[in-house]
Design a protein. Structure first.
Length: 636
């Protein structure tokens, strides 16, 4: 469980770049886009009060969101485009509306301190604005010595529960778990940094039909020697084998001789598996004892993977935790008229859905929906969240729509439940990523290959340079950090709603939007200070004015001030790829700056300004990668 870090940014009043008071005593704390949106909100409110433009209060958020970063810096830093939509409704020319808005800007406290006033709109009615260099310098001075890097905590923080990863503990984790795990972990870190109270919960699959398969398999076809050597591997083998027996069509059994032999020897396996599941759910001593025997080994294996991924959870409340509550959920829904009997089963019939939401089978067994409803009820009662985020693949979309609709009808509509859906990891053939043999790719094998490939890159780099000064231990640490970071970043850099093709070759490149490129950018920053023996703390504390004598300095500085608004955009749609895209942009702007301008060898104010920009770039790249769950190394 986590929340905001440290106190807000310090003032730069006595640091050589004067204070910027503006609205609310310090607009620059909230970022220039936020400041400008609030300024335009004031302008629109005043125009509305004067009856110049009719604007309803509920329209205001959508209007001020039309203040955005310009696509091309030659048009300024930010652009406001709402004049077009406002003109259309009033039958006026957009440029006339824009001119009326521009005329009001000077009257808003803080505007003239932060922005240069445009003389007229551009094109059909764009209001392009440029941030004053002094305002940028002040924001940079604030951020460089601030633990929060100039990002103010969100106004009105919320309690947010994040449900992600949630593997089936009865079998080894596979490549399909990577997306939920890294997206959920990254969102938790970002939301926490923004100031929300986050509660992370790994809702393990530790009680469902998969355990019925394992229990039946253990009783009939187990290999105890294999279990002693690799408990999770043997349990996974039993699960896969029995699943083939239960699901395969007769003609498919030719490909699975072991499964075919089981079908011949044990008719009615599917019914037997369900019986084992029901016995477990009803507390059968033998089945519960086996479940308790299997669980520690399963958890140990999963926790080892999480340790390599540097992922942790506040809570790990699996399906078994909610088992005692399920009967009460069904009874409560029935008593309120929401659940009814249908062919011996109990279901919730919802308007707008062809199929009902089944919450208890005719044989008395409960379903995933029952557990999900119990989970919502328990979380709201104990954690009192404002939002619950479910980071689960897109194939479960209808399931969650029905669960959320049922929860709302049940009386839990005040809490916003969100399905943060994501696409599939694909292979080069455009199909779900598999091994050459057609099996699901194990997650640990994937991580091992990533580290091995990263080690090859590290070793080849050392050979080309005639050595890198790293011992074997350091080299292994670098390979682990770079290899696993590459896998995580490659996933997070995709729009979560789309499928993507997995490629080790692309993700380990030192150019392009990769973790290795970001890690290399951090290493370049570290190299500046290490080679020159410069104390970065002294750079942060120096009371010297920042002055931009080259456009590449200003370009880097204005980019650095957009860290906070980038995190705001991540939260708006729960998309970590917004952060990866911005970090890539920042690394590119920094590279242009670094390649063209001397830093340690510069003199006077130029040197001071460039050192501050380098230091803040390094800090923000580190923090950004940290929010993505990716480590950095001092040397690559």
């Amino acid at each position: 469980m986590s929340g905001p870090e440290a106190d807000g940014p310090r003032t730069c009043a006595a640091d050589g770049n004067g204070p910027l008071l503006g609205l609310d005593g310090g607009l620059e704390r909230f970022g220039f886009r936020c400041a400008l949106r609030r300024i335009f909100q004031t302008v629109l409110e005043r125009l509305s009060a004067e009856n110049a433009i009719a604007i309803a209060p509920e329209e205001m958020p959508a209007l001020i969101e039309q203040v955005r970063q310009t696509a091309d810096p030659k048009f300024g830093d930010y652009s406001a485009t709402m004049a077009m939509s406002l003109a259309k409704r009033s039958g006026r020319k957009p440029r006339d509306v824009a001119m009326e808005m521009i005329a009001k800007l000077d009257g808003v406290p803080g505007f003239s301190e932060l922005f240069e006033k445009p003389s007229e709109p551009v094109g059909p009615g764009f209001i392009n604005l440029r941030v004053r260099d002094e305002a940028i310098a002040c924001a940079i001075k604030q951020a460089v010595g601030d633990p929060r890097l100039g990002v103010a905590p969100v106004v009105g923080p919320e309690t947010i529960v994040l449900d992600y990863s949630s593997p089936n503990v009865a079998k080894p984790m596979h490549v399909g778990h990577i997306r939920s795990t890294v997206i959920g972990d990254s969102l938790a870190k970002i939301l926490s940094f923004r100031g929300h109270r986050t509660i992370t919960d790994n809702h393990l699959g530790d009680w469902g039909t998969q355990f019925g398969m394992i229990l039946w398999g253990w009783k009939h076809v187990r290999n105890e020697q294999a279990f002693a050597l690799d408990p999770t591997g043997e349990l996974g083998r039993l699960y896969r084998l029995v699943r083939v027996v239960v699901d395969a069509k007769p003609e498919e059994l030719d490909k699975h001789p072991e499964a075919a032999a089981i079908v011949e020897q044990y008719p009615g396996v599917a019914e037997a598996v369900l019986a084992e599941t029901v016995k477990l759910h009803k507390g059968d001593p033998e089945n519960v004892a086996m479940w308790e025997r299997f669980m520690p080994a399963c958890r140990l294996e999963i926790d080892r993977i999480y340790a390599r991924l540097h992922v942790s959870f506040d809570h790990t409340l699996g399906e078994s935790f909610y088992q005692p509550m399920l009967q009460g959920v069904v009874e409560d829904l029935a008593s309120k008229g929401l659940a009814t009997q249908s062919r011996g089963a109990t279901a919730v019939f919802l308007d707008g859905y062809e199929a009902p939401l089944l919450i208890r089978k005719a044989d008395g067994a409960f379903l995933y929906a029952t557990t999900d409803l119990a989970t919502i009820q328990w979380r709201i009662a104990h954690w009192k969240p404002d939002r619950i985020l479910y980071v689960v693949d897109h194939r479960q979309s209808q399931h969650f729509q029905q669960v959320f609709a049922t929860a709302k009808a049940w009386g839990y509509g005040d809490v916003k439940c969100v399905h943060v859906a994501f696409g599939t990891v694909l292979g080069d053939d455009g199909r779900p990523f598999k091994t050459r043999a057609g099996d699901t790719v194990g997650l640990e094998a994937l991580l091992d290959e990533g580290v091995d490939r990263a080690m090859q890159v590290v070793n080849s780099g050392a050979e080309s340079r005639g050595g890198d000064g790293m011992n074997d231990s350091t080299r292994k640490h670098v390979a682990e950090t770079v290899g696993i970071g590459a896998i995580k970043y490659a996933d997070l850099a995709q729009n979560r709603t789309t499928d993507y093709v997995f490629s080790f070759d692309k993700m380990l490149q030192l150019t392009g939007n990769t973790a290795a490129y970001m890690q290399y950018a951090v290493a370049r920053v570290e190299g500046i200070f290490a080679k020159a023996g410069i104390d970065r703390e002294l750079v942060r504390q120096a009371r010297v004015p920042l002055r931009f004598t080259d456009p590449r300095e200003r370009a880097l500085a204005i980019t650095l001030t957009r860290f906070g608004e980038t995190l705001e955009d991540v939260e708006a749609d729960y998309r970590p790829n917004v952060l990866t895209a911005w970090l890539y942009e920042l690394a590119g702007v920094y590279s242009t700056f670094y390649d063209a301008l001397p830093v340690a060898k510069a003199e006077g104010d130029e040197r001071a300004t460039r050192l501050v920009l380098c230091d803040l770039t390094g800090q923000i790249l580190r923090k950004g990668l940290e929010m993505l769950g990716i480590g950095v190394v001092e040397k690559m």
